[in-house]
Write a protein that binds this ligand. Structure first.
Ligand code: ZN
Length: 283
């Protein structure tokens, strides 16, 4: 297992940690300011959300690399299944893949969306989802983009996800049968799963395309927007990372803390300083 106590070059900022994933939250720093602040602190990379990028993907990607960092990922495709699926789904999926390619992002994240209208449970929806992932992967391969399916905590079943465990995500990968599709492992979504290490071992390092850090607060006040900073909750961070790395993952560790009532209200400079300190001490 890698030793981060004196080296945080694997640390990446997911800009959701500054509230940049939703309108009306956070300090609203432009990407350039985020890039400069992360570079000054020795971060290894950044993960952006599409809403921050607009039509400046090429410029922002070059700016990140000129600052000796990587664009570790882009969040995310629209939901591929479920009732909230956008009308122009195929066009929007393709444009998210195009944006990833222009940014030079290593991975584009997929959150599946919920149970498909007219079905019950999750397996029928997973099959439909896998077909759509396969179609997206064909286009992504042309643009040299990898797609990471992110399982969500089961409490997001119904309207946000049909993929609730790493095992579910691997099943979809198997059905989609595409070399450029894998899994993103997010502490918030998997911390409770006692079969995680075994699932990851079966996945193997090449299928694991991302590792997302935060913590699970003992008392969570809001399902989506009350994630904890690493060290403030009850997730066994070192054991989870050991499982991810034992499976062969050697990539970036991105911090993704959705926190409307706490971290999003703080000065981003303070938040970034805390990330470095916590990454080195508790992750
Ligand atoms: Zn995540």
């Amino acid at each position: 297992m890698r030793d981060f106590s004196l080296d945080h070059s694997a640390l990446a900022l997911n800009t959701a940690t500054l509230g940049h994933n939703l309108d009306g939250y956070g300090a609203g720093w432009p990407p350039e300011r985020v890039i400069d602040a992360c570079a000054a602190r020795g971060f290894g990379g950044i993960v952006f959300w599409r809403r921050e990028i607009g039509n400046r993907a090429v410029h922002i990607g070059e700016r990140v690399r000129a600052s000796s960092m990587e664009v570790v990922g882009l969040c995310r495709t629209p939901y591929l299944v479920g009732s909230e699926r956008p009308e122009q789904l195929i066009d929007e999926v393709k444009s998210s893949i195009d944006m990833s390619a222009e940014l030079g992002a290593q991975v584009l994240t997929i959150v599946s969306g919920g149970t498909e209208p007219g079905t019950k449970g999750i397996l029928d929806t997973q099959k439909i989802f896998a077909e759509r992932v396969r179609a997206a992967a064909e286009y992504a391969a042309l643009r040299d983009v990898k797609l990471a399916i992110e399982p969500l905590n089961p409490m997001f079943g119904g309207n946000r996800t049909c993929v609730m465990t790493v095992r579910d995500a691997l099943r979809v990968c198997h059905w989609a049968d595409a070399a450029n599709v894998g899994v993103a492992v997010d502490v918030y979504h998997v911390w409770w799963d006692t079969t995680l290490a075994k699932s990851l071992e079966e996945a193997g390092g090449t299928r694991i395309l991302g590792y997302h850090l935060c913590d699970w607060l003992e008392t969570t006040r809001h399902m989506l927007l009350d994630r904890g900073m690493m060290g403030d909750g009850v997730a066994d961070l070192k054991t989870i990372r050991a499982a991810v790395e034992n499976a062969g993952y050697e990539g970036a560790c991105e911090v993704e803390v959705f926190s409307a009532e706490n971290w999003w209200k703080r000065d981003p400079n303070e938040v970034l300083d805390v990330l470095v300190e916590r990454f080195r001490s508790v992750c």
